[in-house]
Design a protein around this ligand. Structure first.
Ligand SMILES: [Fe+2]
Length: 174
């Protein structure tokens, strides 16, 4: 074997379903279409599958914000989150965010509820042999705050798995 200083060729393997795989009958037409759209666009936007779970997650985030603000428990957690920018400035938003994240991740039920928000969709586009990130994350984007805006990116650029799916769950009505 001769030695070469040139970089080796990389094999790029796609896990996209072949046309044959689509005909096995293991997936419904709707699941196949969702998978096709995900592969074509890189994302899908779908209805929440478990509204109760979404409500619990939103209430837990609102509860975390309430604790951090040292405020009264809100009657309407959604309204609190929708107007949080009126109570927390951009310079403090990361402190609040980290406090909420740490509180959320002490709760044993949050991973289960987070998954149930989009379980069927994730299983359609990825499959059911899954591993989940240990800690949930929270992104807070205040109106007019450009300091929190990330440019368009793919997490794989930072070393995340190319087989990862990111699930964004909306907690405010914006
Ligand atoms: Fe990202």
């Amino acid at each position: 074997m001769s030695k070469s200083n040139s970089a080796p060729n990389l094999s790029v393997v796609s896990n996209a379903p072949t046309d044959d795989a689509r005909d096995t009958g293991f997936t419904t037409a709707a699941e196949s279409e969702l998978s096709r759209k995900f592969l074509e666009d890189g994302h899908v936007v779908v209805p929440v599958e478990d509204l109760g779970a979404l409500d619990r997650l939103r209430d837990a985030v609102a509860g975390g914000a309430t604790n951090w603000l040292d405020a009264k428990v809100p009657e309407d957690p959604g309204a609190l989150l929708d107007s949080i920018h009126a109570r927390v400035g951009p310079e403090k938003v990361n402190d609040m965010r980290m406090s909420i994240i740490n509180g959320l991740n002490t709760q044993s039920w949050v991973a289960r509820d987070y998954f149930s928000v989009a379980r069927k969709t994730i299983e359609s586009v990825v499959g059911n042999e899954l591993a989940m990130q240990r800690r949930l994350n929270l992104s807070v984007q205040m109106p007019g705050d450009d300091s929190s805006v990330l440019p368009v990116h793919a997490d794989v650029w930072d070393g995340n798995s190319p087989f990862e799916v990111v699930l964004w769950v909306p907690l405010v009505g914006c």
